[in-house]
Write a protein that binds this ligand. Sequence first.
Ligand code: 5AD
Ligand code: SF4
Length: 439
Amino acid sequence: MSDVKKLYIKTYGCQMNVYDSERMAEVMGGQGYVETKTPEDADMILLNTCHIREKAAEKVYSELGRFKPLKTAKPDLKIGVAGCVAQAEGEEIMLRQPMVDLVVGPQSYHRLPAMEAKVDAGEKALDTDFPEEDKFEKLKGRPKAQRGPTAFLTVQEGCDKFCAFCVVPYTRGAEVSRPVDRILTEARDLVERGVREITMLGQNVNAYHGAGPDGDWSLAKLIWALNDIDGLERIRFTTSHPNDMTDDLIAAHGECEKLMPYLHLPVQSGSDKILKRMNRSHTAESYLKLIERIREARPDILMSGDFIVGFPEETEADFQDTMELIRQVNYGQAFSFKYSTRPGTPAAERAQVDEAEASDRLKRLQALITDQQRAVQDSMVGREVQVLFEKPGRLEGQMVGKSEYLHAVHVAGAPVQRGDIGRVRIVESGPNSLAGELI
Ligand code: 5AD
Ligand code: SF4
């Protein structure tokens, strides 16, 4: 038997989980684990979970059920639950699924090796603290493996906004910003390893206020510092709250050449009554004004957003306000969800909208968004874009990459490598991507 142990990680939910899964793989790499894509081969299975909507949490339990035969066949197999379901449900998970050996919250990943040792000693391991120590500092990566051309970099975690529907302030805790020097060191390291585009992540990334050499830095200041890193070509960030779109950040969209013209700015609803009940502390009008200012700074910016339909007490008229706001903004992309009751959040106590009605609204909203998305994408035909090539496409000789606007672009027969940026003329718009020719 070889000494190499195999780790299977499945990631649910947001991009921050994608980043965290990479860090967990690195930590367990230090314990002799290599990643596998097949759970059947694994010595350890980790589910990095999402708790944002009920369905997301339920998926974890059904997935765990699927692993039961593997555990029966191989009793040494360690099964762990990480992420926000781990944080929110803790010990409950082990009660509901006794085959789970370890439960680890998002702030405790650096302690995985000690938890594994505990499991080896025949105990269960649970760690869902919000420790003071900096997990990122302790999550130092493996030596210099080459990376693909794009990477996530978490700069901020947690949220203090307490939107009435949302579990994030409870599962991820209060807002914390990582210090500037650590972020810049990590960014330079990524670039040395081949990364050309960095997406800074945070549940409330534009509320970033990390300690810099000369006092706290804003996200805009951080963007400008990244802009100075040679070899880094593109900067993105997600996800933002309208109230934290400061003047310097809006200006950066017009002035900072490496900052890409794409902004994910969730509004959730277009009804002031609902926004108030959601505790969003902005109005539909203030959001629209904000977008006007952002578009003044960067006229071609592609707007993206999040919407919730069927929030408690949402009437058809409220919903129509949301549809009207969408018409006014004209989104290039958007994510929309039916309201999902999250226990422990303020909205969970309120009168719920009829399920069928909410489903119907979601359908109508998604149809409108799809039309807009498609029209924005179609309007790219004939235009020149810059594509950062990420991987070969399905067809022979084809490469796929992303434009500045985050559209996937296929280019056939192009003499380009992963990580190259090429000027491309868009010739065709398909259902989910564009096709173009290298200029
Ligand atoms: N129900 C439905 N959608 C939700 N979101 C957050 N909480 C809920 C909930 N309880 C959505 C919001 C948020 C996105 C990440 O998930 O739109 O912006
Ligand atoms: Fe949740 Fe609102 Fe915080 Fe976003 S801003 S993470 S929706 S509480």
